[in-house]
Design a protein around this ligand. Sequence first.
Ligand SMILES: [Zn+2]
Length: 444
Amino acid sequence: MNTSGNTISRKDFIKNSALAAAGLTLMPNIMSASPLSDKQDISVKGKLNLKNVRLETGFEYEEGEVVATKTNLFCIEIEYGKIKSITPNKPNAKAVDAKEMLMLPAFKDMHIHLDKTFYGDKWQAVRKRTGGIKGMIALEQKMLPEMLKNSTFKAEKMIELLQSKGTSFARSHVNIEPTSKLDSLKNLQKALENKKKSFGAELVAFPQHGVFYTDSVPYLKDAAQMDIDFIGGVDPFTIDGAIEKTVDFTVQLALDHQKGIDIHLHETGESGLNTVEHLIKKVNENPTLKGKTYLSHCFILAKLDKSRQEEIAEKLAAARIGIVSTIPFGNLVMPIPVLYKHNVTVLTGNDSIVDHWNTFGTGSVLQKANLMAQLYSYSTEFLLSRSLKLATANVLPLDDNGNQQWPKAGDQADFVLMNASCSAEAVSRISDVKSLVYQGNVVY
Ligand SMILES: [Zn+2]
């Protein structure tokens, strides 16, 4: 962004044009020097005034049941990337006209592999799998050098896809193994740097080829000293042939560098359950990991009987270990309602958009919320409105009693404007995202 004057860069001009096409026009979004500027990089954070913004204000009840969601129009003032004020609407205010569209929290994709995709390149369907996960590792060892050649470009394309679906933040796993070494991470960091004005991310150092099956230890140790947020993992028993050795290494590395943990666990048998229980034990022994430890997929939960699901959910909640699920269906339906009942943190993501694992990612986490609502019969106004939290990483405009809790002055200005009358409709219809704002910058 050009901060030297009031000229609008080409990129901003294109964004303005896209916005105009969506029925909005952007005010010049140029920050002047501020006393804050040497404390934080505010040059990337925007200023914006909006009018005719629709916000949810409460529920309408009939005989104790929520039958509708009340909304009203407001003016929203944004400065330094944060919401400065929310005031009653003034239709004649000098501000960007949001055209009475519904404002919702920006979406978050909490499990994706931005570093490893075919998206933006030529179409390739998934090949027949041979040799299970180890066969896939052998395949990756062959493919990765080629994929890495333009992985920065493809990551940027994938970020643009996510943005077009209302997502402004991702937790991306990034391959750390002897084939990619730290190159996948470095290439992704370049893409994120190029997109930092419009997209945020946290990174998981992901030993896709095992911690010990291929010796990823030195690379993980190096990655832990770089700008990553979580230590990852995958199926310790299947790949490394050891649950405790691998989980203990992961936990220790996270502790040594004050990182979180996010482990892929696809195993559905005894080893899956043993891995869950061992991780719970380790987190309870090291309480600093509570609230920043996650199991991705965790398919074993779908295979347990109801009472066992309840018991494990209770233990996960007590250890504050979250579950990141892509909301699978078919032979495997996750006990998401049981997790919610016990207040386990549940997040979602696209995982794969188009890659050698899967080609069905739409890029939309709102679609995941819709899928959840269909799978678990969350079909009333109230339950649909609650389902939005899957897409927003648990931020909702209204609390369960219908009190307005988002947005508030001081919140980061990350939101979408949608063609919908309320959250319930947005989830049920997978309504169009007309605009995305990240830290006060109009992205899309
Ligand atoms: Zn994954």
